[in-house]
Structure formats: structure tokens, C-alpha cells
Write a protein that binds this ligand. Structure first.
Ligand SMILES: N[C@@H](CCC(=O)N[C@@H](CS)C(=O)NCC(=O)O)C(=O)O
Length: 223
């Protein structure tokens, strides 16, 4: 049996899903280990040695354990051509700024929408949620406008780490009920929406949907 190059520690429908998608764009042997969250899997000394905050995901690599979804994805892209523009590509600068925008603004603001009480306590949760919802909509509007005007190859129907990253973020947001401050779906994204619809038909997306026993409409009608 081939030794895995990477071992991803995951739970279903978490940020690990983005890494699961990206791993399938590589030709590397990898393993996936389900975290036993109900029995304290995130708090075990072995897991905390990989992910000191006890968050999901963590990934073992030949260069040591990694955490932070954005870092793991970029590490994979730099080692396996085709997942994002290479460091010497003329597209790298544009890709990097929108990639880090997604990691630092979008993903972080999404976490505020999902855990609004964590920012400033339960008393401020409603205000945090309202603010996060508005920020998420305006951040996605910026990305959508960029896609409409620039039509970048690194965020297109061709599978990429950024396409899958945004697909999973839209997946989660579309799970909020109608009227929720942070609800957003592909219908709100005239340029990005059709790209996500195409990406969910990619072999990696189909395989991950099956592995996680979720609808094949991973990004357009997830729940
Ligand atoms: N910035 C981190 C965020 C990780 C994160 O918050 N993961 C969520 C799952 S999507 C988690 O671990 N949630 C459990 C919790 O916060 O208690 C990353 O991108 O890896």
C-alpha cells in the first residue's frame, strides 16, 4: 500500500471540506481521518499538538503538521501545479490579493456570523451578526464584480483552491434561513454563481459530496 503524503483530520461540512476538495486536485496519496469530536477529539493532546486552538482542520505533511485552511490550501497549490497560479505566474499577484481577501475578510467574517456571541459576548451577538451579514454581502459583491470584469482563470469553472474555497463559504451561508442577516446564495452572485454551479459538477466535488453523504448540489442547493 502507498504511504500517504498527507493526512487530513476532518469533520464533515467543516472547513476541512475545502481541503478535501483540493486534495483531489493533486495526484498525491493522502489519508483522511475523521475527528471523534463527540469524544473530545479536538481536545486530545495529539490533536492539539497539530492544531493548538482545537479547530478543524489539521493536516500532517512531510514538513510537519499544518493548521489554518488558507495556509494548507496554498501549501498544496505550491506543491501541486494547477490548483492556483504558480509563484512565477503573471496571474499570481491578482490571485494572491483575492485569495487573502477571502481568507482574512470573508472567512473570518463568516465565523462571526456563525458564532456571533464569541466576538463581544452574548449581549452584543445581535449587533455583531447584523454587522457581519452586511460585511459578508459587500465582500461577496466585490468578488462578484471582479469576476464579472476580469474573468480570471484562477476563479473560473476550472477547479482551483479559490473556487472551492468560495463554493464552501457560499454553501454554508445558503444554509441560513430566508431573512437571516448573513444568508447568501448563488442567486445573489450573477458572475460567481454560475462558476460555483459548474464547479460542483467537477469530479472532486462529486467525490467529496458522496464521501460526506451530502447532496451533489454542493454549492447551489446544499441543504
Ligand atoms: N481560521 C481557521 C478556522 C477554523 C475553524 O473555525 N473551523 C471550524 C469548523 S469550520 C471549527 O473548528 N469550529 C469548531 C469551534 O470553533 O468550536 C481555519 O481556516 O482553519
Amino acid at each position: 500500500m502507498t504511504e500517504p503524503l498527507y493526512t487530513l483530520h476532518y469533520t464533515p461540512d467543516s472547513a476541512a471540506m475545502i481541503v478535501r476538495l483540493a486534495l483531489r486536485l493533486t495526484d498525491a496519496p493522502f489519508a483522511e481521518v475523521l475527528i471523534d469530536r463527540a469524544n473530545g477529539g479536538l481536545d486530545s493532546p495529539a490533536y492539539r499538538a497539530m492544531q493548538p486552538l482545537g479547530k478543524i482542520p489539521a493536516m500532517e505533511t512531510p514538513h510537519g503538521p499544518m493548521f489554518e485552511t488558507g495556509a494548507i490550501l496554498l501549501y498544496l497549490a505550491d506543491r501541486h501545479p494547477g490548483l492556483a497560479p504558480a509563484p512565477d505566474s503573471p496571474d499570481r499577484a491578482a490571485f494572491l490579493k483575492w485569495y487573502f481577501f477571502t481568507v482574512s475578510y470573508l472567512h473570518t467574517t463568516l465565523l462571526q456570523a456563525f458564532y456571533p456571541e464569541r466576538t463581544a459576548g452574548a449581549a452584543c451577538a445581535e449587533a455583531v451578526l447584523t454587522h457581519a451579514g452586511a460585511a459578508i454581502r459587500s465582500h461577496f459583491a466585490l468578488i462578484d464584480r471582479m469576476v464579472a470584469t476580469e474573468a480570471p482563470d484562477w476563479l473560473s469553472a476550472r477547479p482551483s483552491i479559490l473556487g472551492y474555497y468560495l463554493g464552501v463559504l457560499v454553501r454554508w451561508l445558503s444554509g441560513f434561513p430566508e431573512g437571516h442577516p448573513a444568508r447568501l446564495s448563488v442567486a445573489d452572485l450573477p458572475a460567481l454563481g454560475p462558476i460555483l454551479a459548474a464547479l460542483e459538477t467537477s469530479p472532486a466535488a462529486r467525490t467529496v459530496a458522496e464521501a460526506e453523504a451530502t447532496a451533489p448540489t454542493l454549492f447551489t442547493k446544499p441543504y
